[in-house]
Each structure stands twice: as C-alpha cells, then as structure tokens.
Design a protein. Structure first.
Lengths: 172, 196
C-alpha cells in the first residue's frame, strides 16, 4: 500500500467506502481529481468499470444498471457533470435513480481565490437541480461518502460527493 | 422504407422472454407486446441516452436477452456510447436502430446529413462484432432469426418511414399507460429484483 500524508484522501479509503456500500459498477470518465482511484478499481475483481466518452452517458448507463438491481457509482468531473444536465434530469431524477456521483471538484480552493469557472458554477448547478451534495477533502471526510449512499437509497435520488482533492497516487 | 408498426409485428413472434426497451417504437409496441411487465417503455427521459440505458440493463441482467429499439437521432446525440457497448460486449444485447432520417417529434426536420450516414458501418467501426442494415421489411424478417440467434452485441440499422408529429406537445395523445417509475417497478417485480 502506498503511504499517504496524514489526513489526505487516499484511494484505499475511497475504495473501502465503495465496498462498504456494495458498489458493483463504476461508470466513469477520467479526470485529475479522481484519477487516483483508477488502478485500484481496475485491480478489483468485484468491480466492473464502464468507461464512457461523455458524462451524460453515465447517468443513462447507471439508470439501466439500477433497473437491473445493480449498484453503480458515477465517477466524473464537475465540468462533465454540468454538460450532463439533461441526462441527470431525465435519466437520474425522473426515473428516481438512487445513484451516488463522485464529482471531481476542479478549481476548488478552500482558502484561495477561485480562478476557475468550473468551480464557480459547480454548487450552483447542483442547487439548481436540487441535488444534495457532500464535500470530501481528506480522509476524515470519507464517511460522508457513506452518508451520500444512504441518502441516495432513502430518497431514490442522485446524490453528489464533491471530491475537493487531487493528484495523490496520480503517477503510480 | 419500413413501417415501424409492421416491423414490430414481425419481431413480436421472436421476442420470447426478452426484455424489450421499445424506445421510439413505444407507441406501437405497447399495443403489440404480450408481456408488458418485461417491457421498459420509459418514453424519452432525455434524448440520446437509450443506448447507454440498454447497455446498463443488459449488463445488470446477463441471463436475460435485452432488446433495444433506438433511433438515429438518439445515436447522433451520443455516438460515443457505441464504443462503450462494443468494449463491454454484453452477449445478451441486441441494438436495433430506427432511422427515419428526421426529428419526427419536432415536425420532421432532417437530422444532419440525413440520407448519407451508414450507421451499421459506424457501429462496426466502433467494435460491434455483428452489424446489419435493412431498408425493407422482407429482408429484415428473413434475417431476424439469424440476428437473434447469435451472441450480442448486435447492431441493426432499419430505414423506417417517418411518423411526423406536428401538433404541440401538450395537445398530443399520450401512448404511455404507466408512469416510468411504475414501468421499472413492474419489471423488477416480474424478475424478483429487490431494492430501490
């Protein structure tokens, strides 16, 4: 296992949250914030990775998987999430799909000045769609991922986890 | 050109216990199907998503044959779904595509380069192991057994007559008899699938 600085969000912790919540499929499109998970997911025989080439496809794919009784998670970046508004509305919200989307929060800065419009509009976008979201910046925040899964299941709605961290394990 | 209702009538005897996602053929299929609880007539939740939805259903239910009637307008919106389907290669997935060369529900405006796209070639180039294209019902009916008798994913492009709607959406007669949620719950009940 790779050593991580104390407190940072390790891929192993995120994977453990996925396993704890019974995730069967990961519908994903690579981005820098969530890249750290890729090698771990690929090596896990219990996870089926479904690569998409446009983020909107992730919502319809997840809807189909859910109809068949599986438990997908969506792994995308905030830029692609915003491009996917109609798919989120139609295939996620209108079909009552209880899916967690882990969204790489490109541009997120807790204390600095935001210079990336991708970050500027991320939470506004989620609020416009009435999507509940949880910010995960480090290992201590990881239990919020389970909170998101529980909420998605209980409300039969998509719930977002904003991953405000990046690059750990990027070049493994 | 093929009449969509006649095409679905020809398909019906071959359906067996397949799960059918009727897509743009929904209005006809709901009149034809003899197993509505194995159908997923979800209408048009968001254009362009049917192929990926079908992939998800097929991957989640590998022991069921899953048949999708997609459209060329949907495919054009999300052509990138085809390589994903080809990569995951669900052996139980049969992807039919109705090509009426236009956006029929908005008045019949042509899709881009409407008459000159070889969708079967695009699917083949995306990695589908088997693809077909038909522009008449007789050829389609002759090949149906062969199409459904081989492992998926199989892609079948069908030139169909446009059924253009020119009335405001609010004035159209709804063909759906069940809500989307009810459709999904009925399928889950039929297959014994638990959970939300």
């Amino acid at each position: 296992m790779t050593q991580h600085a104390e407190g940072e969000l390790s891929p192993e912790v995120v994977m453990a949250e996925m396993k704890k919540n019974g995730v069967t499929h990961v519908v994903w499109l690579p981005d820098s914030e969530t890249n750290f998970l890729y090698l771990l997911m690929e090596a896990d025989p219990d996870l089926d990775l479904i690569p998409v080439s446009r983020e909107g496809q992730a919502f319809s794919t997840a809807a189909g998987l859910t109809v068949g009784g599986k438990k997908p998670v969506i792994l995308i970046q905030n830029t692609g999430m915003m491009e996917s508004g109609d798919s989120l509305r139609g295939w996620g919200l209108s079909l009552n799909i209880p899916v967690v989307m882990m969204v790489g929060y490109r541009g997120w800065t807790r204390h600095g000045v935001n210079t990336d419009t991708a970050a500027t509009y991320t939470e506004r976008f989620l609020n416009a769609f009435g999507i509940q979201y949880y910010l995960v910046e480090n290992g201590e925040d990881a239990p919020r991922i389970s909170v998101a899964f529980e909420e998605a299941s209980r409300t039969r709605r998509p719930v977002a986890v904003l991953v405000g961290d990046e690059y750990h394990g990027f070049n493994r | 050109m093929i009449d969509t209702a006649e095409m679905l009538q020809a398909f019906a005897p071959h359906r067996g216990d397949s799960i059918v996602i009727p897509g743009r053929g929904g209005r006809h299929w709901t009149q034809i199907s003899d197993q509505p609880n194995r159908d997923l007539p979800v209408g048009d939740p968001a254009m362009g998503g049917h192929a990926s939805f079908g992939l998800g259903v097929a991957m989640s239910l590998p022991d069921e044959r899953v048949i999708l009637f997609d459209s060329e307008g949907d495919i054009l919106m999300n052509m990138g779904a085809l390589p994903t389907i080809a990569e995951k290669a669900p052996k139980n997935f049969y992807h039919f595509m109705l090509d009426n060369e236009c956006y029929a529900t908005t008045g019949g405006q042509p899709v881009p380069n409407a008459k000159n796209i070889a969708y079967d070639v695009i699917a083949k180039g995306s990695g589908y192991p088997a693809t077909y294209a038909f522009d008449n019902l007789e050829d389609f009916a002759t090949h149906l057994e062969e199409i459904l008798g081989q492992p998926g994913p199989v892609f079948v492009a069908l030139k169909v007559n446009p059924e253009v709607e020119n009335t405001p959406i609010g004035a159209r007669v709804r063909w759906q008899t069940r809500s989307r949620t009810q459709v999904i719950d009925d399928l889950k009940g039929e297959l014994g699938i638990e959970g939300p």
